[in-house]
Structure formats: structure tokens, C-alpha cells
Design a protein around this ligand. Structure first.
Ligand SMILES: Nc1nc2c(c(=O)[nH]1)N[C@H]1C(S)=C(S)[C@@H](COP(=O)(O)O)O[C@H]1N2
Ligand SMILES: [Mo]
Length: 397
């Protein structure tokens, strides 16, 4: 596991870089290429959506085979080139409205603060973008696989902030990554912020905002943010900043593009519209089903349909029920949850359906009462698609 990536301005290329064999993952031996703009992560089995920057999603069947997503199936969402940072040289700076600004190495961070591990599902706000009806939306054309569940370990952000001391007026915590995104006119690091309230919501039973160094008990790989990233359970993936090198405590939200402009639900892309809209923080409740295996037709009796359901991002929210309908939403049947069902994590479900069903709808409801809409209101950036999913079943099922 975790074979080191080629960290020199490299030449190791996978066929994925050329967009070949998209739906069957990466096959074949690495190719040599003079151009060094993309260094593919080793061992990934993903559907590549864009090679540069690298954006790739998990395959639904694979995702449903483990409640904890193995690294090889875990999606990657990059806005710029993947930095290849040296752990021993990395520094995290903590500044702003704090009593004692601090610079810490990774070793110091892990020595100074208690270790903390939590399980949380990460999902991109753009997951399911390709299901939007209406005007074509730009951006990565995600299917349903920009989601994964991992065990994250490191230290809690709350412990670090308590250590540096919060000053009056502190309301938001800004994060900045080491990747530089080149826009038309300017270059800036990826960043964002979360409300301090979220960080200090420290009921021990609930997953907390984390400065993570490990994913599934392995050091973070380069593409997932090595050597340090934030993990904000319940919030959209964009708030979990990779390659973290700077934290600023402030009285206001971050001015970084990815908080102040991107990741908002907007009807059009006029500057006034963008500026008036609130940043997205919490994950939308969602659920999807996998198509039954092709050979399900050979079995007798019912077919088992299965999928995942993800609660909305409100603190402590869990999946309350998952239902399926084979009569276009007139009647619903409850599915069984077959995995842990805990805050900030997806739950896997299954339900028998009659052979011969033509189409099935899936919807979930969480413990805060949030449920999925039948239809999704279009938004200009294609975020948070969470309408009931319709699966057309092939003949023979
Ligand atoms: N520094 C940095 N952090 C980042 C991003 C990025 O491009 N740069 N992408 C964000 C987005 S939009 C998502 S959905 C998650 C994806 O995390 P993953 O690639 O580990 O799955 O990382 C977030 N953190
Ligand atoms: Mo994302």
C-alpha cells in the first residue's frame, strides 16, 4: 500500500492520463511521456474525469463492497497540480486572532496534541452533476462516485486552537493549501474556511474537525493531501483542505475564491449573484443504488438491490430510512441498513425487488427529517444534486 508516487518532475504516466479505458479503471503498464504535467497516483482504480488536473471517481460496485473505502477506490478531486511535499520539511502556520501564533512541523503537531481518529464520508459538492437537467453545466462531469468513507487520524482542530488561544471576535477558521491554482488572470492557493462554531462543537460522541495525517491507518498519499489536510465531517469535500500549510483565525469567512465565490448555489454567474449567496457548508442528504449484476437475471426469485445513503451534514445526523419505489413513487418499501449507521458517514442498504421491475426510485430520510426532493432545482454550478435516483433496470431482470 502507499507506494511512494514519483515525486520528481516525473515521467511515470498511466493510461488514465490519456482518458483511455475510462470505465474499466487503469489497465496496462505505465507509459513514458516527456510532458510532465500529470503524475498519476499509483494503484488507483477509478474513472478518470479529467487528467490534468487529476479528477477521478470511484466505481459504484467497488464502492459498495467496503463500508470503509479502500484507497484504490477513493475519488480524487484536484483544482490544480498535486503538490509533492516532503513531510519532514512541512510547516503548519497558525495565525490571526490567536494569542500565540505558532509554526509547527508534522512531528511536533503529533507530539503536542492527543491523537484522534474518526470515520467520515467525504463527498464532492459536484457529485451527481451529470444528472442535472437543463442548461449544460461546466466543471467536472461527476457521476455518483465522487464519494468515499475513510478512517481519518491526526489531531483535533479544537485542541490546536485551544492551545494557541482564541481572541475576542474569532468566528471563522481559514485553511490554505500548498497547491497553486492558475486562473485566467491570477494564481492563488486552494483554500476556504469553516465557522468556529463547527470546530468547537466538541461533544466527544461526535466526529470533530480534524487535522489529519493518516487515512485508513496509512500516511496520506500525495493526491489526498500529504502530509496534512483538514477533515470536516458533515461538510462538503471542498472544506477539507489538502496540503494544509496555513490556518488563520478570523472574524469573517475566508476571502479565498473557493469560499467567497465557488461552491455556492446560484441561479446565474453574475458577480452580484455570487456575492449575495452563502457558501455551501453542509452535505446534502443523498442516496443511490447500484445496478444489479448482469447475471442477476439467472437467479430465481427476487433481485437484491443495494446502494448507499448519506445523511445531511447537520451535526449528529444519521440515516433514518431508505425507501425504494417500483411504481413511480406511488408506494414505497423500506430497505434494510446493513452497515454501521453513524453521524457523518454513509450507510449501505439492500432490499429485495420483484424480478421484471422496469425502473426503481430510491430516496433517503435522515434523523433531522431532511429528505431528498423528487426533482432537483437547477443551479449554475451544478452542486448538491440529490433528487431521488431513478435506476432503469435492464430486460431480463
Ligand atoms: N488544497 C486543496 N484541497 C482540496 C481540493 C483542492 O483542489 N486543493 N479539493 C477539494 C475538494 S473540492 C474535494 S471534494 C476534496 C476531495 O478530497 P480527495 O481528493 O482526497 O478525495 O478535497 C478538497 N480539498
Ligand atoms: Mo469537491
Amino acid at each position: 500500500m502507499n507506494t511512494p508516487l514519483v515525486s520528481r518532475r516525473g515521467f511515470l504516466q498511466s493510461v488514465g492520463a490519456f482518458g483511455i479505458g475510462l470505465s474499466c479503471g487503469w489497465r496496462g503498464s505505465p507509459l513514458l511521456r516527456a510532458d510532465d504535467t500529470v503524475v498519476q497516483p499509483a494503484g488507483k482504480r477509478l474513472i478518470v474525469r479529467t487528467a490534468d488536473p487529476f479528477n477521478a471517481e470511484g466505481v459504484v460496485d467497488k464502492l459498495l463492497s467496503n463500508w470503509i473505502t479502500p484507497l484504490e477506490s477513493f475519488y480524487v478531486r484536484n483544482h490544480g497540480p498535486t503538490p509533492h511535499l516532503v513531510t519532514a520539511e512541512h510547516q503548519l502556520s497558525i495565525e490571526g486572532l490567536v494569542d500565540r501564533p505558532l509554526k509547527l512541523s508534522i512531528a511536533e503537531l503529533l507530539q503536542k496534541f492527543p491523537k484522534y481518529q474518526t470515520t467520515a464520508t467525504l463527498t464532492c459538492a459536484g457529485n451527481r452533476r451529470n444528472e442535472f437537467q437543463g442548461p449544460k453545466i461546466g466543471g467536472v462531469q461527476w457521476g455518483t462516485g465522487a464519494v468515499g468513507n475513510a478512517q481519518w487520524s491526526g489531531v483535533t482542530l479544537a485542541a490546536v486552537l485551544r492551545h494557541v488561544g482564541l481572541q475576542n471576535g474569532a468566528r471563522h477558521v481559514w485553511f490554505e493549501g500548498a497547491d497553486i491554482i492558475k486562473d485566467k488572470a491570477e494564481s492563488y492557493p486552494f483554500g476556504g474556511s469553516i465557522p468556529l462554531e463547527k470546530v468547537l462543537d466538541v461533544d466527544a460522541a461526535l466526529p470533530q474537525a480534524l487535522l489529519a495525517t493518516h487515512m485508513n491507518d496509512q500516511p496520506l498519499t500525495a493526491e489526498h493531501g500529504a502530509p496534512l489536510r483538514t477533515i470536516v465531517p458533515g461538510y462538503i469535500g471542498a472544506r477539507s483542505v489538502k496540503w494544509l500549510n496555513r490556518i488563520v483565525v478570523s472574524d469573517r469567512p475566508s476571502p479565498n475564491h473557493y469560499l467567497a465565490h465557488a461552491y455556492k448555489l446560484i441561479a446565474d454567474e453574475k458577480l452580484a449573484t455570487i456575492e449575495a449567496a452563502e457558501p455551501i457548508y453542509e452535505i446534502a442528504i443523498n442516496s443511490i443504488a447500484a445496478a444489479p449484476a448482469a447475471d442477476a437475471a439467472k437467479d430465481t426469485g427476487d433481485i437484491t438491490l443495494r446502494g448507499w445513503a448519506l445523511p445531511g451534514g447537520k451535526t449528529g445526523s444519521t440515516i433514518k430510512r431508505v425507501e425504494i419505489s417500483t411504481d413511480d413513487g406511488q408506494s414505497w418499501k423500506a430497505a434494510q441498513i446493513g452497515t454501521p449507521n453513524q453521524a457523518a458517514c454513509w450507510a449501505f442498504w439492500s432490499v429485495p425487488i420483484a424480478r421484471g421491475s422496469q425502473s426503481v426510485w430510491v430516496r433517503a430520510t435522515d434523523s433531522t427529517g431532511l429528505t431528498q426532493p423528487r426533482e432537483m432545482v437547477w443551479n449554475a454550478k451544478g452542486y448538491q444534486y440529490n433528487a431521488w435516483q431513478q435506476l432503469k433496470l435492464s430486460q431480463g431482470n
